[in-house]
Design a protein around this ligand. Structure first.
Ligand code: SF4
Ligand code: SF4
Length: 383
């Protein structure tokens, strides 16, 4: 911690960082009982909170970077310690002092890519709308009903581009009027904020808000629950209010209204994984299930942990960019849960979950036994 002139200063900064949040904790340990980390290794949010109360946090340690912000422990806490905000406050201090343990170092390159190109994947901004080439997708123009915001992973990642393409196909089939911003779209900033880089979050958010307003956007359709969360719950901090719709919600509506006819079949056993930022953080549990249950031939299954108790894939809180050792990846446990109930498909509605589950397919050598699908891809196959 060479930048720290005075250790006393950091103790005070840590004690002040969570406001009175840390002091509320009475060390009941209910948070640790539900934390997914404790299925794979020792980890204690209770201990982190206790150390912070006394300013004793070791900000060089990996510990403060482990929380995936899954939202499970805040549901249990009897003292409303707001563990996610408390944990992010500690990361802000580490970010301010430039103290990053080895597993967190990739964040520096991610930040540079976000600043330079507006995405965390070191891809060129000019290629942001390339996924839509040849699909007859229009640029967004004022007056169109939806501005579709695929987000970074669906714009660039080869596996996830297929989800953006399936989305365009389904929207066209239902006659939904939509357009994209292409190069004028920036990372939403949700995950970099959870790593404690508030300045970069604000910069990305302001750039997006400016291009939404300049282009006359009123209703934003998203595929990522992380974009959903930040546009809906965090961008209002900038005194703007856009209507935000997740694709699972729109699909449920289109099917219910008879605007989307599913004349094909998807005759497989499908288990649904609730993404943390769609389910726990935003209460969207029913729509993805109703969409899957409307698909002809599909047999719906629940996983062992579902709805509010869903098991995090491990990708939130910026963890998608950090290295998690084999044997400690929640997505492996989740994929195993799907295999255990005999599911042929593990379906979800979040790009981070899909990326992590695809990795787990290799780790568990599950190719041939199960597939990973986004719910829009299943709908597109059943058109
Ligand atoms: S939010 Fe989730 S990952 Fe973070 S400490 Fe709580 S239970 Fe653990
Ligand atoms: S659940 Fe809340 S009060 Fe209990 S130990 Fe965790 S942070 Fe403290």
């Amino acid at each position: 911690m060479e930048n720290l002139a005075d250790y006393k200063e950091i103790v005070e900064v840590i004690q002040d960082s969570g406001g009175d949040l840390f002091k509320r904790c009475f060390q009941c340990g209910l948070c640790d009982a539900v934390c997914p980390w404790n299925r794979v290794r020792d980890f204690s949010m209770r201990k982190i909170v206790r150390q912070a109360t006394f300013g004793m946090t070791e900000i060089e340690s990996e510990e403060i970077w482990l929380c995936t912000t899954c939202g499970r422990c805040p549901q249990q806490c009897p003292r409303d310690v707001k563990q996610i905000e408390s944990g992010v406050a500690l990361r802000k201090i580490a970010t301010e002092y430039g103290v990053f343990p080895t597993s967190v170092k990739p964040i520096r390159a991610i930040s540079a890519s976000l600043v330079g190109e507006g995405n965390p994947l070191n891809e060129a901004r000019k290629d942001r709308g390339a996924w839509a080439q040849g699909l007859g997708v229009n640029s967004f123009a004022e007056g169109m009903e939806y501005m579709y915001f695929p987000g970074c992973y669906l714009s660039y990642d080869p596996r996830l581009k297929k989800v953006a393409q399936a989305t365009a196909k389904v929207l066209k089939a239902a006659g939904v009027e939509f357009g994209i911003l292409g190069t004028a779209e920036n990372c939403c900033g949700e995950s970099i904020r959870k790593t404690g880089d508030e300045e970069l979050f604000k910069r990305l958010a302001r750039e997006n808000i400016k291009s939404f307003i300049d282009n006359g956007v009123k209703k934003i359709l998203v595929s990522s629950p992380h974009c959903y969360h930040t546009f809906k719950n965090e961008y209002p901090e900038f005194s703007v209010h856009f209507e935000v719709v997740h694709m699972s919600q729109l699909l449920a509506e289109l099917i219910a209204e008879g605007r989307l006819e599913l004349s094909g079949e998807f005759a497989k056993q499908v288990a649904y994984h609730d993404p943390c930022y769609l389910g726990r953080h935003n209460g969207v549990y029913d729509e993805p299930r109703s969409v899957l249950q409307s698909v002809p031939g599909l047999s719906f299954m629940e996983l062992a942990d579902h709805h509010k108790a869903s098991l995090c894939c491990g990708g939130g809180g910026g963890r998608i960019w950090m290295e998690t050792p084999k044997g400690e990846r929640f997505s492996d446990l989740r994929l195993q849960q799907a295999l255990d109930i005999g599911a042929q498909v593990l379906a979800t509605a979040c790009p981070y979950c899909i990326a992590n589950f695809q990795d787990s397919m290799l780790t568990l050598e599950a190719e041939g036994a199960i597939e990973i699908k986004e719910i829009t891809e299943i709908v597109a196959e059943a058109l």
